[in-house]
Design a binder for this molecule. Sequence first.
Ligand code: KPL
Length: 317
Amino acid sequence: MLLEPMTCQVVVVGGGSVGLLYAARLALSGQPVTIVTRSSLQANQLNERGLSFQKLNGETVTVPVAARPIEEGLPEGNLYLLTVKQPDLHSVLPALQGVELKARVIALQNGMGHYELLRTVLTETQCFFAIHTEGARRLSPTEVVHTGTGTLRVGSWETSDCNDPLIRTFVEWAISTGMEAVYEKAIQPFAWRKLIANALINPLTALFEIPNGALLENSHTQQLMRDLFVEAATVAAYAGQKIEDADLQEIVSICRNTSRNLSSMLQDIKKRRPTEVQSINGYLVQVGKKAGIPTPLHETLLRVILLKSDMGIRKEG
Ligand code: KPL
């Protein structure tokens, strides 16, 4: 299925692993797509070389894509996939201000804080959110590897009746390309569950420099995950989210399904880029403080990852 080419101009904002993964899939299904990158170097390379995509079965294909740097602003479009990380969201807000009222923006950030930030420049009807558990690794500015399948959930932040035609078409497109995709009534509950999954998997894999699946191979990491889960579930309960044992089992499944995957936080550490730990574990610590709920493990991991990231970035500099 093709998203009506005349009526649907898809713009992927962000040239990281998630942005390149979705751009490659869109381009492969014949959908015209423009990637907006942070640097003009990456935009030039994508325009010249195309985007190389390694599928789950190991087959590699190269698809032509259009790309431009964010400094040129956002191209006209009616569906924007916002794949930049939480810490980089500030830098695209001015460009998003110019997005047409009838356009739709789907935000794919890890962690929390993006809803409030996006609502400062977009209306409620423009803003959609997605939570996905797909795995991807960027090998270079023009190469991405699909490392694990998962589910894509799209919807408004709070309860809605799931009737936006463009969002429905996007979900149908995703299903037609083999993704498990669902148009959800509200994304907030899923965002909380993803936040907790990321708060367990990402800092531990980044700290020990192991792929996601390795967390399940050791009884110490398994125990750490359980203890982190209990702290996070207590904070989530304060925020009105009922987190259950089944949610921990879901996190275990994510580790299994993306076992070869290096978490985004580990990729950031290795590339000496700032991590999202502040909007993941930092968010839980912050809500915990407000509620009077102790979160010593998340606070320790937050500090350790900030320190590790800081030391790596300094070494580079
Ligand atoms: O979302 C992820 C991430 O790396 O940020 C998971 C699901 C943990 C996959 O690696």
